[in-house]
Write a protein that binds this ligand. Sequence first.
Ligand SMILES: CC(C)(COP(=O)(O)OP(=O)(O)OC[C@H]1O[C@@H](n2cnc3c(N)ncnc32)[C@H](O)[C@@H]1OP(=O)(O)O)[C@@H](O)C(=O)NCCC(=O)NCCS
Length: 160
Amino acid sequence: MEKVEYVVRPIASEDELKKVIEINAVTLPEHYPYFFWLEHYELWRDIFLVALAGERIVGYNMCRIEYGVGHVKRGIVKQGHVVSIAVLPEFRQRGIATALMTSAMNSMKKKYGADEVYLEVRVSNEPAIRLYEKLGFKKVRVLKRYYLDGEDAYLMAREL
Ligand SMILES: CC(C)(COP(=O)(O)OP(=O)(O)OC[C@H]1O[C@@H](n2cnc3c(N)ncnc32)[C@H](O)[C@@H]1OP(=O)(O)O)[C@@H](O)C(=O)NCCC(=O)NCCS
């Protein structure tokens, strides 16, 4: 496989946000209204990351910070939530999603003091489930009919 150099950094402009939305449109069935993207862009830019190969955005990881009942820790905790992550098909299996996840988890802990990180994933999405397991996430529970088409999700989480 040809080697691709890439850089992971926080999203920098609304123009980049539009590119991210284009990637989401072709890689995932879950789409969101513009204000939802903009909310993450404005409030949690440190953990809204893009991966660039040269000048081109080839992947993204949009996260947020919440308070809630811990999935792996006890009581009410500060949680990083991975809302949406994707890499363009031709740039996959080169470690880009791993870099997007490790960088986001680092910032969740260091910049926001988050105690744990969690996400939802389709029970059929094996590449993503493997990625998260490799990063130390565990399946915490099944969320029945979580997706609009009726598919269940695993809620997966790990300590930070
Ligand atoms: C899931 C996704 C983000 C992974 O991106 P990626 O950049 O290819 O991931 P990485 O190269 O960092 O892979 C890390 C690990 O994930 C697992 N993995 C990734 N793609 C895989 C595949 N097609 N089959 C099996 N395991 C896979 C492997 O364990 C891999 O480690 P390895 O290379 O040592 O085997 C990408 O496939 C994608 O964008 N899918 C569509 C969108 C999506 O499903 N997002 C997740 C929603 S919850």
